[in-house]
Write a protein that binds this ligand. Sequence first.
Ligand SMILES: C[S@@+](CC[C@H](N)C(=O)[O-])C[C@H]1O[C@@H](n2cnc3c(N)ncnc32)[C@H](O)[C@@H]1O
Length: 381
Amino acid sequence: MKNAKLSEAKNAKNDEFYTQYEDIQREVNAYLEYDPNVFRGKTVLLPCDDPEWSNFTRFFAQNFENFGLKKLISTSFAYESKNFKGAYQLSFFEEEAPQFDESKTKTHGKIFTLTRDSNKSGVIDIDDLEWQYLEGDGDFRSDEVKALRDEADIIITNPPFSLYREFIDWIFEKEKKFIIIGNKNSVTFKEVFPLIMQNKMWSGKTGWGGGMWFETKNPDDVDKVIDGVNMKNVSSVWFSNLEHGKRHEPLQLMTMADNLKFSKHKEIKEYGYQKYDNYDAIEVPFTDAIPSDYNGVMGVPISFLEKYCPEQFEILGTSDNGIIPDEYKTTFGLTQKFVDDYYRAGGKGAYQEGNPTAGLYKKGVATMIYKRIFIRKRAQK
Ligand SMILES: C[S@@+](CC[C@H](N)C(=O)[O-])C[C@H]1O[C@@H](n2cnc3c(N)ncnc32)[C@H](O)[C@@H]1O
């Protein structure tokens, strides 16, 4: 617990994680499979980027013609404004460019645009990017980057973790289409969950399970070195409001009776589906153990969102941040005795307001369940 808190704090100070080319390609393919023309004639904005280090600009520039883009815009954030700076390095874009300006290079963001075959090579690609300094540092909250947002049809990036909530607000101010990367735990933020409940934002196709690997610029925050590159594993996934096919594939599930007999999870076979003390719902600790024939409310892990098909289930709320209508809460609440028993029996982890609890769950020990999403099966038409 302490370690998790510590690394959270460290991550908050380090926004310099760079997404791998293959991860971008794999995710973007999901939208193209659903609609091959998803980017055709569109203006795509890649904010919080840096073509020097980022694969987003490279990927979309290389696929400019293939995707039929109208315009690609990418903006970078000034070196002096970054919360983790590292050693300053003049970008290769600036090195030989006539517009290089020593007085701006560290303090100004840059804008890169791609619309035409500027070098007359016969193809539109990354070598045709044209750039200039922005008026300010490239902060996505600045008026000049907001104007680019307003111009764009689709916004795609891995935004700074430390400003994730603000970034979501920024996108929804204009209800733009987007594909972004966010932390798994961000789904229950009070700024985010209502959007998921209302199907205004959903999980992308890839990234769940095992977290994503990013290139990190902070040498003190490295999990693994691969081919000389410092890599960091972060529990991030993709989110979007663009359609992809996986979202409409219902989960194949067993009935409650079959789960109790045949589930691969011994917890289900041993303890069954327990009713919570403080919510009018049953605990389903694994997405693949959701009983197909249960019509009441169920508490499921947040990783359920990877498999969420809106035609199959409706999302009613989450135990985090009190985002659940009162009608699903029971009057029992959490008694002091329950909490005392829990710790006396050797339970670990701090009690968090709202977490569901399920009586005597594992080995006779009262259990405080980690955050849950509450769902209910939709009536079949
Ligand atoms: C997680 S990194 C991702 C970089 C790139 N989009 C990628 O995925 O490879 C976030 C980037 O946002 C930049 N950044 C931090 N605060 C920002 C702000 N207020 N406005 C714009 N960019 C910001 C950071 O310097 C960093 O380059």
